[in-house]
Design a protein around this ligand. Structure first.
Ligand code: AMP
Length: 399
């Protein structure tokens, strides 16, 4: 049976915890978005409060296996202490022979942060002897880094294999995995997936994998035009992947096979230039003038999508419905955010995941109006694609 983090007594133990503190900085090295650090707080505090020590492992940037001042975590310590509300002891070289003893000498409830784990080439190559070295630092291993769970790196997966019974998902990982299960395995019907963004090609495996689980599929954004072309529509200068039209036909057939109702936009906000100041017009999506491109969904589509969302009990959202970075073309995505917020307030479960929809949700203030916003873009998409994440498999595997 899977070990549970919450049931374990950490007193007197050293917990080696992989977190994802790969946060954005401004030019003065101020952390501009602390979401990932905040997200790890519950796991850290749980171990400390039960009388254990925590040794944090994280990557930061892409130092490509070499030490560099630019990617050192040392200068971030004061900011991390403030966000975590706890003093931090910085371990400059987690591979040094004295590292374990150095950690042991601290009193219980101490928090230790190791230098950027990607300073070591063995991290990204998933080197076994590097993982064995790291394993000596702790008595138990906790993975709370959902954002890197799709990578088989030394500290995200191989290290877990060095701990047989004493390896756990952290609380953030548990929440992330549960949110995906809540949609794909235990979702209350009707289940609706909204897939938007630029290209069909980057979302195809996600769509194929979720079809058996869902009832409605809303497609928006640039990728909708490839489907419209497949249906014989004239899309003008809109973004189209000509070589993916066959694929769109195939996906539409699969929707029928799985009894999934597909909802494509019926109208667009069109412009002649890819520019916020460009003059706009509302057009029927099947008859966009040859010199114009659709950059957002129109009012009829918004109303249609609103009704589908309000009928849903479970909603999965990945990708914007238009070029939301330009205010003129953000209205469709805002309307979708409003509809999902409304459905959530009425009791639906809504999960938002994947790069651009997450930045949209944060930027436009929907974070507290949806049920769950995933912290891991790539990891979230890979689990929706049905792939087993190495960081997850290493914890659940018996060894
Ligand atoms: P993705 O990374 O595939 O989720 O795509 C997100 C990007 O798709 C965003 O930067 C949007 O600006 C872009 N996008 C959404 N709708 C359109 C559209 N109709 N035409 C061109 N780009 C779009």
């Amino acid at each position: 049976m899977q070990n549970s983090f919450s049931d374990f007594d950490f007193s007197g133990k050293i917990a080696l915890m992989r977190v994802d503190f790969n946060v954005p900085l401004d030019e003065k090295k101020n952390i501009t978005d602390a979401t990932r650090i905040q997200a790890a707080k519950d796991s850290i505090n749980t171990v400390l409060q039960s009388g254990g020590k925590v040794v944090l492992l994280t990557h930061f940037g892409r130092p490509k296996g070499k030490k560099s001042e630019e990617f050192s975590l040392q200068s971030l310590v004061p900011q991390l202490e403030e966000i975590l509300g706890h003093s931090i002891n910085f371990l400059e070289d987690p591979t040094s022979v004295n590292a374990r003893k150095w950690i042991e000498d601290f009193p219980e409830k101490s928090l230790i942060l190791c230098e950027n784990i990607r300073f070591y080439p063995g991290e990204e190559s998933g080197d076994d002897s590097f993982a064995t070295q790291l394993a000596k630092l702790g008595d138990v291993y906790i993975n709370d880094a959902f954002g890197t769970a799709h990578r088989r790196h030394a500290s995200t997966a191989v290290l877990a294999e060095k701990f047989s019974k004493t390896k756990f998902f952290g609380l953030l990982m548990e929440k992330e995995l549960h949110a995906i299960e809540k949609v794909l395995k235990e979702g209350k019907h009707p289940i609706t997936a909204v897939i938007g963004g630029a290209k069909v090609s980057s979302k195809i495996t996600v769509i194929e994998n979720i079809l058996p689980a869902i009832d409605h599929l809303i497609i928006g954004g640039g990728m909708a035009f490839t489907f419209i072309r497949a249906n014989g529509g004239m899309v003008g200068k809109s973004m189209v992947e000509e070589d993916k039209i066959e694929l769109a036909v195939d996906l539409m057939r699969k929707c029928e096979t799985y009894n999934v109702k597909l909802h494509l936009p019926v109208d667009v906000i069109a412009a002649s230039e890819f520019n916020n100041a460009s003059e706009t017009s509302e057009e029927d999506i099947m008859k966009i003038p040859f010199d114009k491109m659709g950059l957002d969904v129109g009012p009829k589509s918004r109303a249609l999508f609103h009704d589908v969302i309000l009928d849903s009990k479970t909603i999965l959202w990945n990708g914007p419905l238009g070029v939301f970075e330009m205010p003129t073309f953000a209205k469709g995505t805002v309307a979708l955010g409003d509809a999902i917020a409304e459905a959530t307030a009425l009791g639906a479960f809504s999960l938002v995941g994947g790069g651009d929809s997450v930045s949209f949700v944060k930027q436009f203030g929907y974070e507290d109006k949806v049920s769950y916003v995933s912290t891991g873009g790539g990891a979230m998409l890979e689990s929706l694609e049905g792939k087993e994440l190495p960081g997850v498999a290493a914890i659940t595997a018996k060894n």
